[in-house]
Design a protein around this ligand. Structure first.
Ligand SMILES: CC(C)(COP(=O)(O)OP(=O)(O)OC[C@H]1O[C@@H](n2cnc3c(N)ncnc32)[C@H](O)[C@@H]1OP(=O)(O)O)[C@@H](O)C(=O)NCCC(=O)NCCS
Length: 295
């Protein structure tokens, strides 16, 4: 078996996607839907996944690795370094190759990219093998909650007094500043990706504080703010803008994000548990909803 860097190519992006799909489907089958499944018809999501792999292969070539056995790609780890935080974005091994140490080697190689970073962050699936690897790598695992369901708009009648408006590239400095306050590191180039691929960015910028939130379809992708009050307003606005008939989903909420749990319950979403937010050298950021793809 050899490990090699992921190239910024269509072929490598497709290889990573194929492994991820197979690994997460197998996990979902074994845990009764606990994994993150990827329906073949979810074309937009596939395009995003391919584009994200190429984006990370460009920004962090030394953090993105493929494991090959007899010329076939059997595993992948995608990671990035952002201002002193090492972030693991994807970690997958084909089901037939699991349990043989491929994951350990991939994770060690990707983690070498984060050497010198005092802090680490990742969103973990419910996979016991993944949890074992992360804990052994020094991460603290915070069990995570999800909110899902149809938004009951009666719970959103009062918009509140904090103005929220659509954002864009012009807000990059604001976004990076809010990131630094919330998680100690800007998302930097990842904002370019999210602006290009997600349906919308919502921004609140007032004398009392600032924040932002990305929404893509029914999914609240990432939210960061300088106060719970601003975060609450942004989440309510994002949920209000989920198209009619689309299921809303908010993931990776630890107990620190009770403000978000309360918003979800107010608008009739169902609370469940899935996976972990894993942190090293830091507390879970708050008020904050991480994005599975960029943390
Ligand atoms: C997580 C994953 C990448 C690990 O890859 P892998 O090649 O199987 O990993 P390794 O063989 O190096 O290590 C797995 C460890 O978990 C242990 N393990 C495997 N299944 C386990 C289980 N059901 N319960 C507890 N431990 C388990 C193995 O014994 C091994 O530990 P050890 O090396 O200390 O003995 C792979 O299992 C996978 O793709 N899972 C599905 C996708 C996923 O959830 N990815 C993580 C996203 S956050």
């Amino acid at each position: 078996m050899i490990l090699r860097q992921v190239r910024d190519s269509a072929a490598d992006a497709e290889a990573v996607r194929r492994i991820a799909r197979s690994a997460f489907q197998d996990l979902a089958d074994r845990t009764g839907g606990g994994g993150r499944t990827e329906a073949p018809e979810e074309e937009a999501r596939t395009v995003q996944q391919l584009a994200r792999t190429r984006h990370l292969a460009r920004t962090d070539p030394q953090g993105c690795w493929i494991a090959e056995h007899d010329g076939e790609a059997v595993g992948a780890a995608l990671s990035m370094r952002r201002e002193g935080v090492w972030i693991l974005a994807l970690f997958v091994v084909l089901p037939a190759a699991q349990g043989q140490g491929v994951g350990r080697l991939l994770l060690e190689q990707a983690a070498a990219h984060g050497r010198g970073c005092l802090r680490g962050l990742l969103c973990a699936s419910p996979s016991p093998a993944a949890a074992r690897r992360y804990r052994r790598a020094g991460f603290t695992l915070h069990p995570a909650m999800t909110l899902a369901g149809r938004v009951d708009r009666a719970g959103l009648l009062d918009p509140g007094d904090i103005p929220v408006h659509p954002g864009g590239p012009v807000h990059r400095h604001l976004l990076d500043s809010v990131d630094r306050g919330a998680r100690g590191a800007a998302h930097g180039p990842d904002h370019d990706f999210m602006l290009a691929h997600y349906d919308e960015l919502l921004v609140a910028d007032t004398l009392a504080g600032s924040g932002y939130c990305y929404r893509d379809g029914g999914s609240v992708k990432l939210l960061a703010a300088t106060s719970k009050r601003i975060a609450t307003r942004l989440l309510r606005e994002a949920l209000a803008r989920v198209p009619d008939g689309t299921e809303a989903e908010v993931e990776f909420l630890t107990a620190e994000q009770e403000w978000a749990v309360d918003v979800g319950l107010e608008v009739g979403l169902s609370l469940g548990t899935r996976g972990y937010l894993a942190v090293r050298g830091m507390r879970p950021p708050t008020p904050y909803i991480p994005s599975g793809g960029f943390l």
